[in-house]
Design a protein around this ligand. Structure first.
Ligand SMILES: NC(=O)c1ccc[n+]([C@@H]2O[C@H](COP(=O)([O-])OP(=O)(O)OC[C@H]3O[C@@H](n4cnc5c(N)ncnc54)[C@H](O)[C@@H]3O)[C@@H](O)[C@H]2O)c1
Length: 439
């Protein structure tokens, strides 16, 4: 039976997408959207643009495109803004990032040149390997947050936007443990006034976004919005948030393969993952403090998928290593090797080797698009706080306190699609299917 669904405001007018960091991922995203709008390319990898959703019984054959099923903003209605510690336009930044072919960047030059970043909130304490000239000054972190809020309001009115979303696609910050300052809105705001060193720049952006009513997604593994102070603030201000760390490359493969091994009750002795990567992200991750943040995010995946506490004979003792090595000749074209030692019937050993010649930002760009469109949908549907249904896009999905994250890509996809069905009042799909065999 079809229920009424949730009231969703129509996506009228322009949607501004504010990107923190105008590097490889952001420029590949912005250039890609423009190439798609100009019909030069297809939005491959984007669920919102290419994906379908089954509704009702298989016999009904109702399988619309997701974008025709839920009211998403149109690509033509997107406008882009950004902050970066370098003043390069998206054109210059795209050429430096070296992800897209020069010909394509030249064809899109006018559009890319018009995107110039606003001065950033930055602290080298949090990204040791970078230093740039295009930075805001303020007497304390609260003043910096206020300057970001002014940027947000100015961008919105100058570009005649109806709504905004913000996505962190800036460098990975140093590892930070949550502490008492991050526990409540009051202690966090006191910390902003007192310039507390435990408040990272990414948290200042997230605070400014939430205070401005702008949904926020965190594409890097930094804590950022994954602290009680900011999740409470998002709840209170009715703003949707999600994170952390775009699920691309090696971790994407891990979350595809590990559920398969577990489904067949095959054991795991060890999983060794190593990457070579030569872009700026690789350079930043060459610093042990930034790498530690990334490592935490990458390591947690297998434990949660394989549930060693439930299957001690199969997964109670596996060895998991993740390495990232900065190797400039490869640029953005990362190579990730996985050696997986598994065991089967009677304990006989087998090995799987994966050599993934991937393109990091090509995998990440469609995720930025989907997150922008889905976060905007969530806000128009009155959803607030952590959006766990978007965990499909993340290596370390944010969840409600005390809940372990679901890492299995296929469960994440079911959750996402069922959320869309729920929003539209369609029956959730359980895959039970016994009704097809009833007399
Ligand atoms: N590409 C992927 O597949 C992928 C996957 C998961 C996560 N990520 C994360 O996404 C982020 C972006 O990746 P990338 O390859 O575009 O990196 P990049 O180095 O090309 O771009 C990051 C940009 O952020 C800027 N920046 C740094 N600190 C800033 C600040 N405080 N404010 C504004 N700008 C700031 C840098 O100057 C740089 O231009 C990284 O944190 C990366 O770890 C990327």
């Amino acid at each position: 039976m079809v229920k009424s669904g949730v009231e969703i405001k129509a996506p009228e007018g322009k949607l501004g997408v504010l990107l923190v960091g105008l590097g490889a991922v952001s420029t590949t995203f912005v250039a890609g959207v423009e190439a798609v709008r100009k019909k030069k390319a297809l939005p491959i990898g984007s669920l919102t643009q290419m994906g379908t959703i089954r509704l009702g019984k298989r016999t009904e054959k109702r399988i619309p495109k997701i974008k025709d099923f839920v009211p998403l903003a149109e690509l033509d209605d997107l406008v882009f803004g950004a902050w970066d510690i370098f003043p390069d336009s998206a054109y210059e930044a795209a050429l430096k990032a070296g992800v897209l072919e020069k010909n394509l960047v030249e064809e899109l030059r006018e559009h890319l040149e018009s995107l110039k970043p606003m001065p950033a909130v930055f602290s080298q304490e949090y990204v040791k390997k970078l230093n740039g000239p295009h930075i805001k000054q303020g007497k304390n972190k609260m003043e910096l947050a206020e300057k970001l809020m002014e940027d947000i309001a100015r961008f919105k009115s100058e570009n005649n936007c109806n709504r905004l979303v913000m996505i962190w696609a800036a460098s990975t910050e140093s590892y930070l443990e949550p502490s008492e300052i991050h526990q409540s809105i009051e202690s966090f705001e006191k910390g902003l006034h007192e310039n507390d060193p435990r408040i990272a720049p990414s948290m200042i952006y997230a605070y400014a976004a939430i205070k401005s009513g702008v949904p926020f997604a965190n594409g890097a593994p930094n804590l950022t919005v994954d602290i009680p102070a900011l999740t409470y603030l998002a709840e209170r201000n009715r703003v949707p948030i999600c994170g952390k760390d775009f699920k691309t490359g090696q971790t994407l493969m891990k979350t595809i393969i590990a559920p398969g091994l577990k489904a067949r009750m095959l054991g795991l002795e060890g999983w060794y993952s190593t990457n070579i990567l030569g872009n700026r992200d690789g350079e930043v991750l060459d610093d042990p403090e930034s790498f530690k943040t990334k490592e935490e995010s990458k390591l947690s995946v297998l434990e949660t998928i394989l549930q060693p506490e439930l299957y001690p004979e199969l997964y109670g003792n596996f060895y998991h290593v993740v390495r990232i090595n900065y190797y400039p000749p490869r640029g953005d074209n990362k190579e990730g090797w996985d050696n997986i030692d598994i065991f089967g019937w009677l304990g006989y050993k087998m090995q799987i080797k994966i050599d993934f010649l991937c393109r990091d930002s090509i995998l990440a760009a469609p995720l930025v698009l989907d997150l922008a469109l889905f976060l905007d949908l969530a806000q128009r549907a009155g959803m607030k706080g952590v959006q766990e249904w978007l965990s499909f896009y993340f290596k370390s999905p944010q969840t409600a306190p005390g809940l372990y994250p679901e890492h299995d890509l296929f469960i994440q996809l079911k959750k996402l699609k069922n959320t869309l069905r729920y929003l539209r009042g369609e029956e959730l799909i359980t895959h039970l299917g016994l009704e097809y065999y009833d007399d």
